[in-house]
Design a protein around this ligand. Structure first.
Ligand code: GTP
Length: 490
């Protein structure tokens, strides 16, 4: 549009056609693209603009493709209905339902564990007497997470077990009692009848429907069928790792049931569980990053004083091998590496060791073993030249690795030092109740360095960013806008 001499209907249409083609090529659903085009045309109504107006500027102001796509995607995935809020020290009974193998038992434990970390006192009740081994599975998971559980090998009536379990944990003042129910291969009348009876005896405050992300087209009909039998209040989608597009399709379908998706299962382990919030999810999908999600994960895994110290050093640009070690150590506790790096508001590919998930884990472990053979002086130095040849030879020998492995690790260190160097001065230590660790006082040059490249491109490069920041008055407003877009600062 910048190259057009006259901004008229044709120029706008050409611009929109180009965006439409790009979206369709990127596999965005036709309906979404069509609606997006209609909505943009409504926002930018050229006929309404009196002569003399700078149409180019008005279009640029009113319509940023990145923002419009972001907003449309959020609208599409949001039920607009808040999910049930648990309260500490007030007993809530939560019942999990779903088809066989959808991940109910696993999600029950993840849900309990998530809330246990937030200060709740959870308990698990196994009301699945249909599948042999279900109680053992729950028992094993609960023991691992140190969560009290209830079930029976002898009793075959799930309703009786559920009622007894809920009663017992109410007496023990548990504020979150989770009832795991049985699944079936298909939606069967017997399954729905059992669910109804269980709900009658335990009076759940919330029924969570667990759904496997690979369910595809059947998602809506299945969610609706469960909803008809028992009032489903929320949905958990499991097995979502590496399936972002499937999640979008599925959430789009179930939005019509008005039950909000509240968590995503992202693997088999306890920590592989993420709160589903539309804005940060879409941010990540578009590669904008999810700073708040990153901070939440990090704050869960890293003690606050250690985190403050880490951020302090990073903000001062003091990136040593010890910091790289600490970051790795903490990341290994947090969850899948690709997900963690995708949350960062910088180009994640720059920070993540190259390779797939498994390769990344092995690389990180290997780097850490080599760093274990380093002296304190070596670990704390911020000068890459400090690691001279004799030091490299010693570390290789000490860790039982090849010289080239040590060199590779040092190259990785230099690469990361460069990326974190760009963040110098932007990171601030979050105070209590404050979510962001990004400083608000950035000039366009600094801002351009922390934005992911595709977003900077959307703003029209450095020139475009400068203009937008000027129009918005300050980097603070800009950060606010990015926050609204769910990107960096929520
Ligand atoms: N990859 C991956 N696997 C998962 C996830 N959630 C559950 N699983 C696996 O899916 C399988 C079935 O999970 P369960 O929790 O036993 O499923 P269920 O719905 O309780 O099964 P039934 O009790 O038979 O109805 C197990 O192997 C889990 O480890 C997830 O988010 N990602």
């Amino acid at each position: 549009m910048n190259n057009e001499t006259v901004i008229d209907e044709k120029a706008l249409n050409d611009c929109l056609d180009e965006i439409t083609r790009a979206l369709l090529k990127a596999d965005v659903h036709f309906d979404l693209v069509k609606n997006l085009k209609i909505n943009i045309k409504k926002i930018v109504n050229l006929d309404d603009l009196a002569a003399g107006h700078n149409k180019r500027r008005i279009i640029q102001q009113r319509f940023s493709p990145c923002r419009a796509i972001f907003n449309e995607l959020c609208k599409m995935l949001d039920t607009g209905k808040p999910s049930f809020m648990l309260k500490k020290r007030k007993t809530s009974v939560i019942m999990f339902v779903g088809l066989q193998g959808s991940g109910k038992t696993t999600s029950c434990t993840k849900y309990a564990h998530y809330h246990q970390k937030k200060g709740f006192k959870p308990a698990l009740v196994c009301a699945d007497t249909f599948r042999a081994g279900a109680f053992d599975q729950l028992k094993q998971n609960a023991t691992k997470a140190k969560i009290p559980f209830y079930g029976s090998y002898m009793e075959s009536d799930p309703v009786k077990i559920a009622a007894e379990g809920v009663e017992r944990f109410k007496k023990e003042n548990c504020d979150l009692i989770i009832v795991d129910t049985s699944g079936r291969h298909q939606q069967e009348a017997s399954l729905f009848e059992e669910m109804r009876q269980l709900a009658e005896s335990t009076k759940p405050d919330l029924v969570i429907f667990v759904m496997d992300s690979s369910i595809g087209q059947a998602a809506f009909s299945q969610a609706q069928a469960f909803n008809r039998s028992i009032s489903v209040g929320a949905i958990i989608v499991t097995k979502t790792e590496g399936a972002a597009k499937e999640v979008v399709r599925l959430v789009r379908k179930v939005v019509a049931t008005k039950s909000p998706v509240i968590f995503l299962g992202t693997g088999e382990h306890m920590y592989d569980f993420e709160v589903f919030n539309v804005k940060p999810f879409v941010s990540r999908l578009l590669g904008i990053g999810d700073w708040s999600g990153f901070m939440e994960k990090i704050q869960d895994a890293v003690p606050m004083d250690q985190l403050s110290e880490l951020l302090q050093k990073l903000s001062e640009g003091k990136f040593s091998l010890r910091i790289m070690y600490q970051l790795y150590e903490n990341l290994l506790n947090v969850g899948p590496i690709s997900q963690i790096f995708a949350m960062l508001p910088v180009n994640s590919a720059e920070l993540k060791p190259k390779g797939d998930e498994k390769e990344s884990w092995f690389k990180i472990k290997r780097y850490m073993t080599m760093m274990d053979s380093m002296t304190n002086e070596e670990l704390d130095s911020t000068d890459p030249k400090f690691m001279n040849e004799s030091r490299v030879v010693r570390v290789a020998r000490g860790s039982g690795r090849q010289l080239r492995d040590v060199m590779e690790m040092l190259e990785e260190y230099k690469r990361q030092a460069k990326v974190w160097g760009k963040m110098k001065g932007f990171l601030k230590i979050p105070k209590k109740g404050e979510k962001s660790a990004l400083s608000r006082n950035m000039n366009p040059q600094q801002m351009s360095k922390v934005l992911p490249p595709q977003m900077l491109k959307q703003f029209g490069g450095m020139g475009g960013l400068q203009k937008i920041m000027k129009q918005m008055g300050s980097s603070e407003d800009m950060m606010g806008m990015l926050g609204n877009m769910g990107g960096m600062d929520q």
